[in-house]
Each structure stands twice: as structure tokens, then as C-alpha cells.
Design a protein around this ligand. Structure first.
Ligand code: MN
Length: 510
């Protein structure tokens, strides 16, 4: 029961009922995975506890923590979804099934499909909690990657870099992203990792003593200006993000100014601007390096004031100034957003939420454009029965929207607009609802579309007008003598396919 205690220790504010649910999940998981071992030889339960602990530490609710304990029970030990629902309720079942589904998608390294795969994961996640569980699962798997056979490590590391770290970034989860990236960097690019590590080591000593000195000076100066409530610390850049920056700066370490940064956390937004003035007065700032991400947050919701200053000893250092809430959101992202919402807090600066990225994933919802309503016909066509366009997306901008539970508001209904299917190689193709194999064929290549002879969906021959469903594996058989038919124009849903069909029919007429 040691593991259970560790999880509950992270759930300080939880009710007796919440604790009971987590305990029940713990007992259930330890029974279900009895005798089941990790590649490290450890009991499988260790992995489940670590996943759940990470979720509890992020402040997630008891159902999410319970789902963290149960997340491999369907896939690995054959527990039935119905059993989960009977024991733990609909929501826990939904979360575990969601994570199980995500586990089936694999990254194959095709550049052009990378964005589709990310979208697919988000869409399949449907609920940000599913993604957060998956990220905590992946984090522990990365921490224990050395036990995985070498042949598999590289693929898993690349998948982590390209897909999961990117999702963590979009969710604004800075700490998770950094750890995922640094763990994956070591296995994905071993040579570059070693090189970067050595470079950072050489720099670290000089940097640390400079930062300590600057922090002392800064504390005195703030006190002199009667700023009494503040915290300072400093952070060193992650290996992977340092390496990426080095690539952009011709591998010249002296051009990277934010290897280390001083952070100042103050109570209010007004304090942030005041402290910025004090810092820029104390040390000479570099021109064009003063960034106001409070008035203009980054797309993932990040807020802070940045300035880069001459330290006076030949060094250059970045200083980041923010409120406690901005700091928590930068570290924990969407998870912190939920906690602050629950406490009834408001987003300081109030200009953006960390959800803009979700909007950007939905076709036609780019940027901050108002969310259009679906027509009656579109409503009928939506097989998920969503009543309208994702209204919660539009509402997220408004401060007064109350967000009583994460449960309903974070569900994305990307599914009411797009369907994601696979090629036999596992590449993802992103199509409109009601799309058919004809649309799929033309999305791959016009040559394939023009010579469709037959189609298999999930291994079975089907008619060309079959409506594709999420997750279908579609295989097109082509024949040289096969040509588009007029009735294909009614079958195709995409303008791309229709245009090609029309062209082909015209060519034939001549
Ligand atoms: Mn797992």
C-alpha cells in the first residue's frame, strides 16, 4: 500500500469519497496486474502508481487519478470496459478507453503526416484529461526507456519528441515538455545530446556564479524600491531546446542569451511592470529584447515579461518577470488552468486563454474567429450527435464563463467536423465527415484516385460509396484500365476529388 499512500499524499484537498475511489482503483489495479512485470523486472504496479502520482501532483481530480491507475488494464490484462464502468462509473471507463485508443497510434516518421497525427491524437483524446494521462504515462515510460530493447528506443524517442513533447507544449505544460524532450533527445540523437551536454557543462559553472551574484544585487535593489513580496530563482535551459537554438545560431554558444534565466515572481501584473523598470535600470538591457508576453501572450497562453541584460562582467542574462499564477501556468499549463478556474481565479491580463491552440486545430476555427453554427443539415450528419458547433471554444475567451467541471467543457468535438483514417502503413489521412474511399484515394495522389479499381476497408472489400469512419484502415487497389465514372461526382465529398474527377471525365470525352 506504499504506492497508494504516495498518491494520496499528493491529493491534499481531496474529499473522503475521492480518496476512496483512488484506493479502490489501486486495489483493483494491483489485483488485475498481479504477476505482471515491467521490462525492468519491477512489478507493473510501479508504472501505474507513477502515472497516477504525476496526475495527482498536477492537481487532477480523483477520476483522472483513478484512470491513471487503470490505464493499461484493458490493453495489457484484458479487463473489460464494462467491468470498469460497473466498478468505477462511466467517466473512468471513458478515460481508460481513450488512453487505450491513443496507444494504438504509432509514429512512422513521415514528415507530411506529423501534423495529422498530432491532430488525430488531440481529436481522439476528445477530452484533455485523456491527453494528460497519456503524457504522464509517456513520461514514466521515458524515464525507464533504458530497459526497453535498443531497437525500439529510437522510434519511441522520436515519437516522444515529434508528437508528445509537441502536445505538452501546446497544452502549455512546460515542465513535462522539458523532461520529455531531454529524455528523448538522449535516445533520439545520442551524438548531439553528448555534444550539447558537454557545451552546457563548460558554461554552467561560470553561469551559476554570475546568476548568484546578480540575484543578490537584485534582491537588494528590489528592497530599496520597497518591493518586498517576491521570489527569485533561475532555470537552466533544457538540453534539447538549447540544441535547437544552437542550430539556429550556427552552433555559436555565445549567441544564446537564455542558457540560464533569472525568474522573478511577484503578486500582481502592476508589480511585473514595476520590477521590469527596476531591472532595466539596474543593468543595461539589449535593444529589441524586451518582450511583453503579458499584453501579448504566446499562442499556448504563456505570459511573462522578458528582458535580456548585460550582466556587467561580459555576460548576458535573460530575466523573466511574472505573477505566481502565470508561473504555475507556464509550468503546468492546462492542468494549472483547471485549478485556477476551480478556485474562481481570473486570467491576469485576460487577453488569451491557453486554449487558442485547440481552436487552431479545427478547420475553419483559425485564430480567434467566432465559431460558426452548424446548419440543420450538418447537425443531422454529425453521427456523434453534438447539438452544435463547439460552443465552449467560443466561450473560452469570456472571463465570466463558469467552468464548473472540466468534464464537459474540455471535450473537443473535432469529431463532428473531421474523420481520421489510415493508410495500410499507419499514416493518417484527415478528411471531412461523410468522406468516401474516392476522397481518400485522391487525398493520397491524383494518379491513385484516377485508377481506383477496388477498395478494402479494415481488410474487407467494400463499395466505393462507403462512408469512412474514424480509425478505418483504407487500402486502394488500382488498375491501369480503370477510370473515374460520372456517378463518382455524387460519391465524392471533397472539392479536390470532384475537380480531378471532372478533369478526367473531360479528358475521356475528347
Ligand atoms: Mn502505460
Amino acid at each position: 500500500m506504499e504506492g497508494l499512500k504516495e498518491i494520496l499524499d499528493q491529493m491534499s484537498g481531496a474529499s473522503g469519497e475521492d480518496r476512496a475511489l483512488v484506493e479502490k482503483a489501486y486495489v483493483f489495479a494491483s489485483q488485475a496486474h498481479k504477476g505482471h512485470k515491467r521490462l525492468s523486472g519491477e512489478p507493473y504496479l510501479v508504472h501505474l502508481v507513477e502515472t497516477a502520482k504525476g496526475l495527482a501532483a498536477l492537481g487532477m481530480g480523483s477520476k483522472t487519478v483513478a484512470a491513471g491507475l487503470l490505464h493499461d488494464s484493458i490493453e495489457d490484462v484484458g479487463i473489460l470496459p464494462d467491468t470498469l464502468e460497473k466498478e468505477f462509473g462511466k467517466e473512468v471507463r471513458f478515460l481508460v478507453e481513450g488512453v487505450t485508443k491513443l496507444g494504438h497510434f504509432k509514429y512512422h516518421g513521415a514528415e507530411r503526416h506529423r501534423e495529422s497525427l498530432r491532430k488525430l491524437l488531440v481529436a481522439t483524446g476528445q477530452d484533455a484529461r485523456v491527453l494528460i494521462i497519456k503524457l504522464m504515462d509517456r513520461l514514466h515510460n521515458m524515464r525507464t526507456l533504458r530497459w526497453v530493447p535498443e531497437v525500439k528506443r529510437h522510434r519511441i524517442a522520436m515519437e516522444t519528441l515529434e508528437i508528445y513533447a509537441a502536445i505538452a507544449h501546446r497544452l502549455g505544460m512546460g515542465l513535462v515538455r522539458k523532461e520529455l524532450e531531454d529524455l528523448a533527445f538522449e535516445y533520439g540523437y545520442p551524438e548531439e545530446f553528448k555534444e550539447t551536454k558537454t557545451l552546457l557543462h563548460e558554461k554552467a559553472k561560470e553561469t551559476r556564479s554570475r546568476l548568484e551574484h546578480m540575484t543578490r544585487t537584485l534582491r537588494k535593489e528590489l528592497a530599496k524600491n520597497e518591493v518586498t513580496k517576491f521570489e527569485t530563482d533561475y532555470r537552466v535551459k533544457g538540453f534539447y531546446s538549447l540544441w535547437q537554438k544552437l542550430m539556429r545560431k550556427d552552433r555559436d554558444m555565445s549567441k544564446v542569451y537564455d542558457i540560464a534565466a533569472i525568474r522573478i515572481v511577484v503578486p500582481t501584473v502592476a508589480d511585473c511592470y514595476r520590477v521590469l523598470g527596476i531591472v532595466n535600470n539596474l543593468w543595461q538591457p539589449l535593444p529589441n529584447k524586451i518582450k511583453d508576453y503579458i499584453a501579448f501572450p504566446k499562442p499556448n497562453g504563456y505570459q511573462s515579461l522578458h528582458t535580456t541584460v548585460f550582466a556587467g562582467d561580459g555576460g548576458i542574462v535573460e530575466v523573466q518577470i511574472r505573477t505566481k499564477e502565470m508561473h504555475d501556468k507556464a509550468q503546468y499549463g492546462i492542468a494549472a488552468h483547471v485549478i485556477y478556474k476551480e478556485k474562481g481565479g481570473k486570467t491576469p491580463g485576460g487577453r488569451a486563454t491557453s486554449f487558442d491552440w485547440i481552436r487552431s486545430l479545427i478547420p475553419g476555427f483559425g485564430g480567434r474567429a467566432p465559431v460558426p453554427k452548424l446548419s440543420e443539415q450538418e447537425k443531422k450528419r454529425s453521427r456523434y450527435g453534438a447539438p452544435s458547433a463547439p460552443e465552449w471554444l467560443a466561450n473560452l475567451d469570456e472571463e465570466e464563463v463558469d467552468d464548473p467541471d472540466f468534464e464537459t467543457t474540455l471535450r473537443t468535438d473535432i469529431f463532428t467536423h473531421r474523420v481520421f483514417v489510415f493508410t495500410p502503413h499507419g499514416d493518417v489521412v484527415d478528411l471531412p465527415l461523410e468522406a468516401t474511399p474516392i476522397d481518400f484515394a485522391y487525398a493520397i495522389h491524383s494518379d491513385i484516385g484516377d485508377h481506383v479499381a477496388g477498395v478494402k476497408v479494415n481488410g474487407k472489400m467494400v463499395q466505393l460509396d462507403t462512408v469512412l469512419e474514424n480509425g478505418d484502415i483504407v487500402e486502394i487497389e488500382t488498375r491501369k484500365g480503370a477510370y473515374p465514372k460520372r456517378k463518382w461526382l455524387d460519391i465524392a465529398q471533397t472539392t479536390l476529388a470532384r475537380r480531378h474527377i471532372r478533369n478526367a471525365l473531360e479528358r475521356e470525352n475528347k
